[in-house]
Design a protein around this ligand. Structure first.
Ligand code: NAP
Length: 252
């Protein structure tokens, strides 16, 4: 009997969930998985299986790549805030007639004792800061720092935590802390204390790895500005966990 060809899965990665998904699929000989990384992080944690790095050149480029590599299924496991890539994935999947699943970890939910301010963008988050405090812990990543670089925020001091060093434009008064999760509750408490933080800014990234900052802020009575997620493109089915995404792949 002929051996059935492996199902070719392309995972758009750059997240812990994408890596976990690749780990689960890598052990399955009926699946051939390739993870795609944008190439933003200098030394990324690589998943098992094949890895390719760099943009595809828009939706047409991604569609062409999938045709060329006989991709049977596409999983958009990018960060919930990588909205451009998610839009491209939806468009490319339609162009190349490849089934698409979005893997999105659930967002965080406010608990008793939280003082959250929900905003629709980094710019809106920046606008709220002068009313909330002077010493800001900014955990939104190095890419959107321009939103906090305006002269109207010059009186504020920022502790900026990111994986790689940020590039200008940056806030006028800032200290950079190069680090990547997972973070511990004890570590986050100590950071808030040591830097006398008044306000925390975060994207609603969800997940456990970076959630301890929210607990530490709650304990310290510190307000948190939470930037809401962009929506998943219309019509794209969503899995909340890597296991759910594996189940989806098994249907092929
Ligand atoms: P983005 O703004 O949505 O995407 C911009 C462009 O980067 C895309 O059009 C695409 O270029 C390329 N790209 C993005 N993700 C890619 C991937 N996995 N493989 C190949 N090309 C990719 O993305 P972003 O917000 O800059 O995020 C970039 C990467 O960092 C993503 O993989 C994401 O999962 C990860 N990440 C993002 C955040 C965040 O807060 N945004 C946080 C943690 C990790 P082409 O159009 O040329 O294909």
């Amino acid at each position: 009997m002929p051996v059935p060809a492996a199902v070719r899965v392309l995972v758009l990665g750059g997240t812990t969930e994408a890596r976990r998904l690749a780990e689960s699929l890598a052990g399955d000989r009926s699946v051939r998985v390739t993870t795609s990384l944008a190439g933003r992080v200098a030394a990324p944690r690589l998943p098992p299986g094949e890895v390719r790095v760099g943009g595809f050149g828009g939706p047409e480029g991604l569609a062409a790549w999938m045709r060329e590599h006989d991709v049977d299924a596409l999983i958009d496991a990018t960060h919930p805030f990588a909205a451009a890539m998610s839009r491209n994935a939806a468009e490319a999947a339609a162009l190349a007639h490849v089934p698409l699943l979005a893997l999105r970890r659930p967002g965080w939910v406010a608990q008793d004792g939280d003082h959250w301010h929900s905003t629709g963008s980094l710019a809106e988050a920046a606008g709220l800061l002068p009313a909330l405090g002077e010493r800001v812990f900014l955990t939104t990543g190095r890419m959107g720092l321009a939103a906090f670089a305006g002269a109207d925020l010059d009186a504020l001091w920022f502790l900026v935590r990111s994986v790689d060093a940020p590039e200008p434009p940056c806030p006028a008064r800032m200290e950079v802390l190069l680090d990547r999760g997972p973070f511990t509750l004890e570590g986050e408490r100590e950071l808030l204390r040591r830097h006398r933080i008044d306000v925390l800014v975060t994207k609603d990234s969800g997940g456990d790895a970076t959630a301890p900052k929210l607990t530490a802020a709650r304990e310290a009575g510190i307000p948190v500005v939470v930037v809401r997620r962009p929506p998943v493109p219309e019509g794209v089915p969503v899995a909340a966990t890597p296991d759910e995404a594996v189940e989806w792949v098994r249907r092929f």
